[in-house]
Ligand binder design. Structure first.
Ligand code: URA
Length: 434
């Protein structure tokens, strides 16, 4: 078998066999097929796509390139909720304690983030003393006690993805639906969870900017999940504005805690409740989402979900008192409002630009070696559909004296106003397989 023949076959739109895909990826991982041939192959996939069978073979090889994680020793129904990422996405911090209080477990690998703010790991690390489980035994113990099982990504899981993604990044092939789907799903399928819930974000702050693109990706990932016989649901959710109000690590932790107290932003609360209700449905505890919603609302209003978060923080070395006294979290002292420049309804918020402003304040990493400042960020005071008068506060910057003209300009250019009333979008746009 020769790599060039396989590349030509794909280029000409023919279907590759399992053996051909295996040959290409195995030898690439070993170093016996060079980057330039795999680059050409990725470009051929970009233009010709992949059949279901090819996608399954490709994803199988990705999964088999590394370790498989199981949570043997836990006796819970394990849920892996994954979001494709967006601005102000603090979902896991609120969702995992709710699932735990419902008797389920989170089985999740989380990364340190690149971009506007940190990832889930960085967000939890804004709690002084907090440390994630480093051993499997610690993790299993925590899952059994609290239902919250989150650990850092290891390079040993799907190492092929890292290698391929670096190449895609410099060859214009990141935005191929089968390549994105296999990249995300291989990492999900390498972890043994009982249910996979994918939250595919759509909009200006998301990887997928349009509903059509996001739906195509969600359908492909759903199909892959089914091809691997997994219990999977994909939700499409709106990311045309930051999720909730807070963007920044400590600020987002506070907002997630407020949500567990029933005082969170309405749409974020709605997302948490529906994701949790969906998990109950996948477990088979309820028949409809509506039944699940009633149970989830009770678990939040009774304070059980918050108590569970406190237990998790304590067991992870943090002070659970932060849930009652936010001054125990590091939040930047300098607060500067950004004021509306005209009267009108907020009609557009370029969420990615709002995220960029938070990153420029120090909340996120531009490169993987940057150090995050957990205390900085911003909190929106107006969202799409809000009516503001010129001079009203649209958001507050939390900073350390480093708020530059540049950052203010980024926010200014992110906002549009309209004289006409603006319709708000629902947070959940569609559910596939629910
Ligand atoms: N996220 C991933 O993990 N992989 C992609 O290809 C795109 C987004």
């Amino acid at each position: 078998m020769r790599a060039v023949d396989i590349i030509e076959k794909k280029r000409d739109g023919k279907i590759l066999s399992d053996e051909e895909i295996k040959f290409l990826l195995k030898n690439y991982l070993k170093g016996s097929i060079p980057d330039y041939q795999i680059s050409a192959f990725l470009m051929a996939v970009y233009f010709k796509g992949m059949s279901d069978e090819e996608l399954k073979s490709f994803t199988t090889e990705m999964i088999n390139s590394g370790d498989i994680i199981d949570f043997k020793g836990t006796h819970k129904f394990l849920v892996d909720k994954h979001s494709t990422g967006g601005v102000g996405d603090k979902t896991t911090i609120a969702l995992a304690p709710v699932l735990g209080a419902l008797g389920m477990g989170t089985a999740k690998l989380s990364g340190k983030g690149l971009g506007h703010t940190g990832g889930t790991i960085d967000k939890f690390e804004s709690i002084k003393g907090f440390k994630f489980s480093e051993t499997r035994e610690e993790l299993i113990k925590l899952v059994n006690e609290t239902g919250i099982g989150i650990m850092g990504y290891s390079d040993k899981i799907v190492p092929m993805d890292k290698k391929l993604y670096s190449l895609r990044d410099v060859t214009g092939t990141v935005s191929s639906i089968p390549l994105i789907a296999s990249s995300i799903m291989s990492k999900k399928l390498a972890v043994h969870a009982d249910a996979i819930i994918l939250d595919v974000k759509v909009g200006s702050g998301a990887f997928m900017k349009t509903f059509e693109e996001a739906k195509k990706l969600a359908e492909t990932m759903y199909k892959l999940g089914k091809l691997f016989h997994r219990n999977i649901v994909c939700m499409l959710s709106n990311m045309d504005e930051p999720l909730g109000y807070a963007v920044g690590n400590s600020l987002e932790v506070i907002e997630a805690i407020e949500t567990l107290k029933g005082r969170g932003p309405k749409k974020f609360q709605d997302l948490i409740v529906k994701l949790s209700a969906q998990a109950l449905k996948m477990k088979g505890d309820v028949k409809t989402l509506e039944e699940g919603i009633i149970i989830v609302e009770e678990v939040i209003s009774s304070g059980r979900a918050l108590t569970n978060l406190k237990k998790f923080i304590q067991a992870s070395g943090g002070n659970p008192e932060i849930c009652e006294d936010y001054s125990l979290l590091e939040v930047a002292k300098e607060v500067t409002p950004y004021l509306a420049t005209e009267d009108g309804y907020i009609s557009h918020i370029a969420a990615d630009e709002i995220g960029r402003a938070a990153m420029m304040l120090g909340a996120g990493r531009a490169t993987k070696d940057d150090i995050i400042d957990h205390s900085v960020g911003l909190v929106m005071k107006a969202k799409i559909g809000s009516y503001v008068k010129k001079g009203d506060t649209v958001l507050n910057f939390y900073h350390k004296g480093n708020l530059t003209e540049n950052i203010v300009e980024v926010v200014k250019s992110a906002l549009k106003y309209s004289k006409e009333k603006v319709q708000e979008k629902e947070i959940i746009l569609e559910i596939i397989g629910g």
